[in-house]
Design a protein around this ligand. Structure first.
Ligand code: SF4
Length: 255
């Protein structure tokens, strides 16, 4: 699958403390697997999330993964879901939007209205991502993501464990790769030859829904390909907007 022009050959540049980062991520995942009675991994099936899943698999942790199938993913992403369902030790849950809500939105607004109105784009994200996310996280004490500080200025303050508000309820968000670089991620993928989305080989560092993701050019920001027609500061779908930048313990102490 991977060739000399692959994302691995382009990006495999580990930090000098790569092994320590891997160990710290493993320790955090082991810790939270016993600290929380109910915890799931949210996976967009991007490079980072595949690393997190591999770490969980390797540690034999009983942490299920969920995927949000918005109904608008790339063919390559759907194919990857099928391959993972066949090969992963992790239980993989797939959450889809409420069909009637999608139909209603498309009928009332038209799917292409997301390109003309940020309000409509956010409504689409609410229907296709946020509502299924709330169902996926119902009754969970914590969730695990592949967020990294390097990904964007919005994510520069991410901590290993943070307070997160979902559905007006406080829970914990665990981010085992916070200080990993893009080079670390691809070094890990290369070492273990992890199956990944071939769109990464076509200059898609961040992969979301097909209509809202494009390849990036040399020098562009990591998330420039997501909602490329909008202001850079708005490039979030809402999944990661309810998180305090305060570490979990600090927020608890302040409360
Ligand atoms: S990323 Fe685009 S298609 Fe996907 S839910 Fe958001 S607006 Fe809709």
């Amino acid at each position: 699958m991977n060739n000399t022009h692959s994302a691995i050959s382009l990006h495999d540049k580990p930090s000098s403390d790569f092994l320590q980062k891997v160990q710290a991520s493993q320790q955090l995942l082991q810790q939270v697997s016993t600290q929380f009675q109910t915890i799931k991994q949210a996976s967009s099936l991007g490079a980072e999330d595949l690393v997190v899943s591999h770490l969980i698999d390797q540690l034999d942790l009983n942490i299920p993964m969920f995927v949000l199938d918005t109904g608008a993913l790339h063919e390559q992403t759907y194919a990857l879901i099928e391959r993972l369902q066949a090969s992963s030790k992790q239980l993989i849950e797939v959450y889809k939007p409420i069909h009637q809500s999608v139909i209603q939105f498309v009928r009332d607004k038209g799917q292409r209205s997301i390109f003309k109105s940020m309000d409509h784009r956010k409504q689409c994200c609410d229907i296709r991502k946020m509502e299924p996310l709330q169902r996926a996280l119902k009754d969970q004490q914590a969730w695990i993501t592949g967020l990294r500080r390097e990904q964007s200025t919005n994510r520069a303050q991410v901590s290993q464990i943070q307070v997160d508000i979902q559905n007006r309820r406080e829970m914990s968000k665990v981010n085992p790769l916070v200080d990993w670089t893009w080079g670390d991620v691809w070094h890990y993928i290369g070492i273990y030859q992890i199956d990944y989305n071939p769109l990464h080989d076509q200059f898609y560092p961040s992969i979301g829904c097909a209509p809202c993701t494009r390849a990036i050019s040399l020098g562009e920001d990591f998330r420039a390909g997501r909602w490329w027609w909008e202001e850079a500061t708005a490039k979030e779908c809402g999944l990661h907007l309810n998180t305090s930048s305060l570490p979990f313990v600090a927020k608890k102490e302040l409360a």
